[in-house]
Design a protein around this ligand. Structure first.
Ligand SMILES: [Zn+2]
Length: 288
């Protein structure tokens, strides 16, 4: 199963206890589905995925104790339906159904069940809702922003896509909708991904440092060999001669290690200073 269907599967079992929440979620499902179908049994809500249609059934049972939509449902959800079954006010859900926080959470659940999807978090963060029109997208974005979630929207074919691209905001939305197991799975993936990014960064950084050290050391050795061949160690003051010998004998040692090999030992900056003097001498010898 995809991560998206895991979330829907979980949302299917999340249901507000209060009737107001149940109505809000049902209204959300109907609006995002955009149609009421006429069947021999009466009306139904033709949603394309099994999760949303199972949820519809549950909600109708809980709120009206019926299996298909009737006129009472339209009234309760404040929905007008045309001759052809299309929802006339198919934009936003009636604001009176979304006054409470709990009902706005239920609205988001319904919206996600019908029209939401979420990319596999190991590949990237992208959660989107396919909205039927601008009004619907506007209401969805405003409900999300009530919860402090920033979203974006873009036109795709005849639909308005409302999306969130930030891992943290997606986690927040899952929490708001009540998808706590999915939230934990996403967080785990997020943490693993972050750890592996950090490790990669450190490895790269260390490799760069090592390369830098090696190239500095080989330049120092080159300079010191030039001094040995064109000037002679005997002509150097003791402290520089000792430094030159220790460097040549320990081509892979760090500045700190070199300092410890000197007698008496010298700190990192002292070693650095002496090596710089040697390099400057080599440079002036080269220039004659
Ligand atoms: Zn409620």
């Amino acid at each position: 199963m995809s991560f998206s269907s895991d979330v829907k599967d979980e949302l299917n079992s999340v249901c507000g206890q209060a009737r107001h929440c149940q109505l809000a979620e049902l209204a959300s499902i109907v609006h995002f589905a955009g149609r009421i179908g006429k069947s021999s049994a009466g009306f139904d809500i033709p949603v394309e995925n099994e999760y949303a249609s199972r949820k519809c059934f549950t909600l109708l049972q809980k709120t009206f104790n019926i299996n298909s939509v009737d006129i009472n449902v339209f009234q309760a959800l404040k929905i007008a339906v045309g001759e052809d079954g299309s929802v006339k006010n198919d934009g936003p859900v009636d604001g009176r159904l979304l006054l409470k926080d709990c009902c706005r959470r239920a609205y988001l659940r319904g919206a996600f069940l019908v029209s939401g999807s979420l990319s596999d978090p190991s590949k990237g963060y992208h959660l989107e809702f396919v909205c039927r029109n601008d009004e619907q997208a506007g209401q969805l974005r405003s409900v999300m922003s009530d919860f402090g979630l920033e979203s974006h929207s873009v036109l795709r074919k005849n639909h308005v896509i409302v999306y969130i691209k930030e891992g943290e905001a997606i986690v927040d939305l899952l929490n708001i909708m009540g998808a706590h197991t999915s939230l934990m799975n996403l967080e785990n993936t997020r943490i693993l991904k972050e750890i592996s990014n950090t490790i990669n960064r450190r490895v790269n950084c260390e490799a760069a440092n090592i390369a830098k050290t090696i190239s500095a050391a080989s330049k120092q050795s080159e300079d010191i060999e030039y001094i040995r061949d064109h000037y002679g160690f005997d002509s150097l003051p003791d402290r520089l001669r000792e430094m030159a010998e220790v460097r040549l004998e320990n081509p892979e040692a760090s500045l700190k290690e070199l300092g410890e090999l000197l007698d008496p030992p010298v700190g990192k900056s002292g070693v650095n200073h002496r090596l710089r003097q040697l390099s400057e001498l080599a440079e002036s010898l080269r220039q004659g």
